[in-house]
Design a protein around this ligand. Structure first.
Ligand code: E4P
Length: 215
């Protein structure tokens, strides 16, 4: 499973990119707004740091507007992927963009039937929102499992991005479900890397070494 980082914060992206564990970035309007900077400037900077797909989301609700925004965003760099909301207008836009070889990530996916439609329209990626489904009392990861199964049944090439990831268990469940990608916030990467036994082990090794190392 590939790992992306879910943020628009440059420091977070640089740090996790330096760990050597990510090969893509996802953003959304809320994440961009938190940075208080020009949208296109942020996307341009991110796309120069990470050598992989960088998702940037459109704001328009009509397909014409989405396509116009998408073309402009796609011109920033070759690795830009256009995030399109899962609506009827969104599907129309995905179809047009896919014919122009512009990659799309259909976002706000909450059901396998939405994911099937997105793939049929030509989406490069779909993003089922695991955490937000959990929030309303469902088992969010089940959507990922169902989409992966359906795509596998028919050799569909659209890649599944487990999104709205809130904790390390979401990441592991996505990996068990066969998700192609999980997009992970910075704090969850921090949680994943830590283990108290690792810290204890380092402490013990250093203590033992102090006893034999030449002064
Ligand atoms: C990524 O593609 C999504 O926009 C993001 O994961 C949503 O996460 P949230 O539900 O924690 O806002």
């Amino acid at each position: 499973m590939k790992l992306f980082i879910d943020t628009a914060n440059i420091d977070e992206i640089r740090e996790i990119n330096n760990w050597g564990v990510i090969c893509g970035v996802t953003t959304n309007p809320s994440l961009i707004a938190k940075e208080g900077r020009d949208f296109k400037e942020v996307i341009k900077e991110i796309s120069s740091i990470v050598d992989g797909p960088i998702s940037a989301e459109v704001i328009s609700l009509e397909s014409d507007g989405m396509v116009e925004e998408a073309r402009e965003l796609a011109s920033i760099n070759d690795n830009i992927v256009i995030k399109i909301p899962m609506t009827k207008e969104g599907l129309k836009a995905v179809k047009i963009l896919s014919n122009e070889n512009i990659k799309t990530n259909v976002t706000l996916v909450f059901s396998p039937s939405q994911a099937l439609l997105a793939a049929k329209a030509g989406a490069s990626y779909v993003s089922p929102f695991v955490g937000r489904m959990d929030d309303i009392g469902n088992e969010g990861i089940d959507i990922v499992k169902d989409i992966v199964e359906i795509y596998n049944n028919y050799g569909i090439e659209t890649e599944v991005i487990a999104a709205s990831v809130r904790n390390p268990m979401h990441v592991l469940s996505a990996a068990r479900a066969g998700s192609h990608i999980a997009t992970i916030p910075y704090n969850v990467f921090e949680q994943m890397v830590k283990h108290p036994m690792t810290n204890l082990g380092i402490k013990q090794f250093l203590k033992d070494w102090e006893g034999v190392s030449p002064k």
